[in-house]
Design a protein. Structure first.
Length: 243
C-alpha cells in the first residue's frame, strides 16, 4: 500500500476535532468518503489512524472524528455533528459524496453506524450509501436513534447495504453478537467478514496495557486482519478491491 498524506486536523464543531486522511499523493480526486467512528473511549480518534491510513490507500477520503461517550447525551450530538460536517464539507476535503459515503464504526460505534444508517427518520439526503459495523454488538439501543439494530432490522429491510466485520478471537465483544445480527437481517449483509484476530486487530491495532489504548499493530494476525478490514471498507464504497 502506498504511503498516504499525513492527516490534517479540523474542527467539525466548536472544540471538536476530526482528522482528514487523503489517498496517496498523485491519486486523482475527488474520492468517495468514509466517515469512521472510534469506540467507547472518549476522544480517541488516534486509535483509528492505522486503519484510516490503510483505507485511504485504497482511494478513500477518510474522516475520523473524536466523540465523547461520557457526555450527558452519551455522544449523540458529536456523532450527528460529524455526519453533518461530512455532508457540508466533504468537498472541501477532496471528497465527493456522489461517489459514495460509507458510515462505519468500531466497537460501540459500530452499533451507531448501523442504527443511524438504517433509521427510518434519517433524512434521505443524509443517508449514507453503505454502513459498516466493526466488532460491535447490536442488541442494545443506539444513542443516535434509540433503536437496537438487532430488533429493528429483524422487522424491516435495510435501506442501504450493510457490511459486517468481527474477529473470531474477540474476547471483549464476542463475534456471536455480529453473527446474531447477520442471522436476523431481513436484507442479508452484503458481506460478513470473520477474521482470525481480536477486538483491536480488526482495526489494524493492538492494545497496549501500559498506555491504556490501542497502538499500530505489529502482530501478523492483526496486520493481516486490519488490512482486510480496510479492503472491505473500500469495497463498501464501490471501489474495485479484491477480497
Amino acid at each position: 500500500m502506498s504511503v498516504t498524506i499525513p492527516a490534517e486536523t479540523v474542527e467539525y464543531a466548536p472544540g471538536r476535532l476530526l482528522d482528514v486522511h487523503r489517498p496517496p499523493a498523485g491519486s486523482a480526486g475527488p474520492w468517495p468518503v468514509l466517515l469512521l467512528w472510534h469506540g467507547k473511549a472518549p476522544d480517541s480518534r488516534y486509535e483509528l489512524a492505522p486503519l484510516a491510513r490503510e483505507a485511504a490507500g485504497h482511494g478513500l477520503l477518510v474522516l475520523t472524528p473524536d466523540w465523547c461517550s461520557d457526555a450527558e447525551d452519551s455522544g449523540r450530538a458529536d456523532l450527528l455533528a460529524s455526519l453533518e460536517h461530512t455532508h457540508r464539507h466533504a468537498a472541501d476535503h477532496g471528497g465527493d459524496l456522489a461517489l459514495g459515503l460509507v458510515l462505519a464504526g468500531w466497537s460501540m460505534s459500530g452499533r451507531e453506524a448501523i442504527a443511524l444508517a438504517t433509521h427510518r427518520e434519517l433524512p434521505e439526503d443524509r443517508r449514507p450509501t453503505a454502513a459498516v459495523g466493526i466488532a460491535s454488538s447490536y442488541a442494545r439501543p443506539a444513542v443516535t436513534t434509540g433503536e437496537a439494530p438487532l430488533a429493528a432490522l429483524a422487522d424491516r429491510p435495510s435501506p442501504v447495504p450493510l457490511f459486517l466485520v468481527h474477529g473470531t478471537g474477540d474476547d471483549l465483544v464476542p463475534a456471536d453478537t455480529t453473527r446474531a445480527l447477520d442471522t436476523a437481517l431481513l436484507t442479508p449483509a452484503a458481506e460478513f467478514l470473520q477474521l482470525d484476530t481480536d477486538h483491536a486487530g480488526v482495526i489494524l491495532t493492538e492494545y497496549d496495557p501500559t498506555l491504556g489504548h490501542c497502538v499500530a499493530a505489529r502482530a501478523p494476525h492483526a496486520v493481516e486482519a486490519g488490512r482486510a478490514t480496510a479492503a472491505l471498507l473500500a469495497r463498501a464504497a464501490g471501489l474495485p478491491v479484491r477480497a
